[in-house]
Write a protein that binds this ligand. Sequence first.
Ligand SMILES: [Zn+2]
Length: 238
Amino acid sequence: MTENLQPVPDDWTSALAIVAHPDDMEFGCAAAIAAWTASGKRVTYLLLTRGEAGIDGMAPAEAVKVREEEQRESAAICGVESVEFLDYADGTIEHSLGLRRDLVAAIRRHRPELLVTFTHHDFTYTGKWNSPDHRNTGRAALDAVLDAGNRWIFPDIEDEPWGGVKYAAVAGSTQPTHAVDVTDSLDVAVASVEAHAAYLSGLGLPPGAARGPLEGFVRSTGERFGGRPAIPFELLRF
Ligand SMILES: [Zn+2]
C-alpha cells in the first residue's frame, strides 16, 4: 500500500465511463474527469440505472427523474458532453450475458481508448462491502472490453468490432496503482458532487459537506503521488 502511484497514461483521446448509478462517477473520480476534459479529452458517461432506489425518503417514480437531471447537470459541470442511461433496475443488476451484450454494443459504438468504471472488487476503498450493482457493473464492463474486439462474440451487433481500448481505470479500488493530478480541478469536482443535491440531502448531508472529505481524500492520495492532490485508479492494460 505504500508504493508510489504512477501517472495514468496520457496517450488516449476518448474515454467511456460505465457505472451503475448517478453519483458513482462524482464520488469516485469526478476531479480526474474534469482534469481530462480541461486538457481536451472527450469523455462519455454510460449509466446502467437512474439511481431510483437511492433516496430513502423519495419514491422511485419521483427519484428517477430527479436523479437523471442531477446526473446530467453534474456531468456537464465536469465537461462531459454526453450522458446515456440503459434503464437497468437500480439495486438488482446482474452480471449477465444481456448486460455484457449491452456494454459491448456501447463500446463498439463509442470506440474509446480508455474505459473508466467503479470498483468491481468485494470491498471499496472505504473498507466497506461493495454493492452488487458496482461489482457486477465493473466486472461486466471489463469483460465487455475483450468481447468488443472479437467479431464472433455478439456478431448481431451492427457496429464494427473495436479492439482499441488500451486501458481501464478503476475508481474506488482497494488496490490503486496510478493517479491523476487534480490540483486545478478540485473546485469543479466539488461542484459536480454538490449537483446531486436531492441525493446528498437524502443522506442527511448539509450543503457544503462534500468539500472536506474530497479534499482529505485527494490530499491523502497525494502522499503517494509526489505531494500533488490526486485521484487514484487501479489501471488495467489490454
Ligand atoms: Zn453506486
